[in-house]
Design a protein around this ligand. Structure first.
Ligand SMILES: NC(=O)c1ccc[n+]([C@@H]2O[C@H](COP(=O)([O-])OP(=O)(O)OC[C@H]3O[C@@H](n4cnc5c(N)ncnc54)[C@H](OP(=O)(O)O)[C@@H]3O)[C@@H](O)[C@H]2O)c1
Length: 319
């Protein structure tokens, strides 16, 4: 079922209701938490970095996201009206594995049900599939299945590539375009993406918490780009003349591996190239979010890609 009715602003004021957000110091979680706090909600985050200072202008309750301690998770979730889940890994590295991530989310969902949470708003991905050969998309489908079976009211939001303040993919494409005379695109570059603005996604998340009926919604913006068009759009917006070259996916992966050492990061994975080239980051449903990437880029032409954003710095090194 798809949520279609427009929300009345008054319906999404949450007063003293407690909302729990996994990853409020992260990317999407930060925007969701800020929007909840602005509406006067009580917000608690479950995070891997419980020692981090509260970056918001309002009080934030902070608890560890400790999957080895379901009792502590239950305690942290008790009394919560809604759990907003953003927890996931981008790729397998170090001790992080997709299968383990799915298991961890089963623990979290169970804890939410046992704690009496009314509603779970869960961030997934467009076109997840239990049959997918890509562990990211398969794992997302497994978590969605677990959520559907959890007996808690849910809203599953399926975003594509998320852009906005703190977004890695668009920023790092801009960073590469600023630094290199050419940009290597895997394959023919004709596969499509439908980027979504992080603030629109956060609004959708907050609005969908107010409902009771189960919903699965693609969280997608108004424009569909081929990957070539996306790269050209970013290059034009930041006023650089990098040449777009097409290369076999294995060659692009090898090039990205050459940058691993100087960047100290995993720029791109085989899986991510696979997901891109299979055209999984578009929706067949009408757009649910309105902000255009081109408008956002026009406002951030000077800052986009000035600094490289490292996934390993964000999610691995400090552990
Ligand atoms: N970013 C995109 O373009 C995109 C596209 C499609 C779907 N999504 C989905 O949208 C959701 C939010 O994405 P996001 O980019 O906003 O995520 P994020 O902020 O980078 O991470 C979200 C959460 O996952 C935790 N996390 C991330 N990587 C981890 C790792 N390697 N080990 C342990 N914990 C890790 C973070 O922990 P901390 O508590 O340490 O912050 C945080 O709780 C995810 O479910 C993602 O799959 C994102």
């Amino acid at each position: 079922m798809v949520e279609t009715e427009a929300m009345n602003e008054a319906e999404i004021q949450c007063g003293e209701k407690l909302s729990v957000v996994t990853g409020a110091f992260g990317y999407t979680g930060r925007h969701i938490a800020r929007k909840l706090l602005e509406r006067g909600c009580r917000v608690r985050t479950l995070t891997n970095r419980p020692g981090q200072a509260n970056p918001f202008a309002a009080p934030l309750e902070i608890s560890p996201l400790d999957f080895n301690n379901p009792a502590a998770l239950r305690t942290a979730l008790r009394g919560a009206d809604t759990l907003f889940n953003t927890y996931w890994i981008r790729f397998e590295h170090g001790g992080a594995h997709f299968e383990r991530t799915v298991e961890r989310l089963r623990v979290l969902l169970r804890a939410a049900r046992e704690a009496g949470v009314r509603r779970i708003v869960h961030l997934s991905i467009t076109n997840p599939s239990l049959d997918s050969l890509l562990p990211y998309f398969r794992g997302k489908a497994q978590v969605e299945q677990a959520l559907r079976e959890s007996e808690v009211s849910y809203s599953i939001l399926r975003p594509t590539v998320i852009f906005g303040d703190g977004g890695i993919l668009i920023n790092n494409i801009a960073w590469l375009l600023r630094r290199f005379p050419f940009f290597a695109v895997p394959g023919d570059g004709q596969y499509r993406l439908q980027p979504v603005f992080v603030e629109d996604l956060a609004d959708l998340a907050v609005e969908s918490a107010a409902h009771d009926q189960n919903a699965i919604v693609d969280a997608v913006g108004p424009d569909i780009f081929t990957f070539d068009e996306l790269v050209r759009t970013i290059a034009n917006a930041i006023h650089v003349r990098s040449r777009i070259l097409h290369a076999p996916p294995a060659a692009v992966l090898a090039l990205s591996k050459l940058l691993r050492l100087p960047l100290g990061d995993v720029l791109l994975t085989r899986e991510e190239i696979g997901g891109l080239m299979k055209g999984l980051l578009v929706s067949s449903a009408p757009p649910t979010c309105h902000t255009r990437l081109t408008n956002w880029l026009a406002l951030h032409a000077d800052s986009a890609g000035r600094h490289y954003l490292s996934e390993l710095d964000l999610h691995y090194r400090r552990r």
